[in-house]
Design a protein around this ligand. Sequence first.
Ligand SMILES: C[S@@+](CC[C@H](N)C(=O)[O-])C[C@H]1O[C@@H](n2cnc3c(N)ncnc32)[C@H](O)[C@@H]1O
Length: 247
Amino acid sequence: MLTLTLIGIGTGNPDHLTLQAIKALNAADLILIPRKQGKEDLADLRRTICAEVISNPATAIAEFDLPTRDLATPDYRQRVDDWHDAIAAVWTQAIAAHQGPTTKVALLVWGDPSLYDSTLRIAARLSPAPHIEVIPGITSIQALTAAHALTLNEIGAPFTITTGRRLRDEGFPQGVDTCVVMLDGECAFQSLAPEGIQIWWGAYVGMAEQITLTGPLAEITPQILQTRAEARARHGWIMDIYLLRRG
Ligand SMILES: C[S@@+](CC[C@H](N)C(=O)[O-])C[C@H]1O[C@@H](n2cnc3c(N)ncnc32)[C@H](O)[C@@H]1O
């Protein structure tokens, strides 16, 4: 039976790898690395990680091109479902094409597989169903709070993790004073009434390129917008995350 190990690798810093992750990489017969147009840096990082920590000569690496989403399908959920099917099919082909034993296949998952990541959902589409193993990784939330030396929650208080789209459409989440916003390509914090809100923002958190900014939202918004646009132009891509706290 095939074991598929989803290895959380942290957020772009090879030092985020846990000893458990390094052991799992060395135990794999085959590691699959996705290539995505415009994000070649991220495939490079996965290659670097493998080159640095794999000492088992029997571990093979196969790269595959990540299928692109078919934007013609009008329904969002259908579009995502079709895309996940296509990725599962590409994994199946890459595993079948491998010459040699493939009882243990591993995938390097950005951050942790449990947080805004579909690798587990895609793995559930494989047939026959493999045994799934997850190695936890440092999430971008942890990398952000560490970068700012910040606690995620206030004493005994809950918090919400949400997306840029929801923040823009629904405003500051109800029932909490702290929220973490991910997957925000459009700086949705601009849509909030900024009075009384503090922001802790970070791009490329944990990586050598890390940038952090913090301050009252009303004052620091223009600086974040400018810094983000410049960094994105410089690198060709950006990943950013922020924590908002009110009161
Ligand atoms: C598809 S989600 C993957 C999250 C990942 N599984 C995790 O555990 O952090 C991608 C989002 O995570 C956040 N992110 C991931 N890595 C980041 C980094 N190094 N710096 C800032 N944000 C990051 C961004 O909000 C980005 O839009």
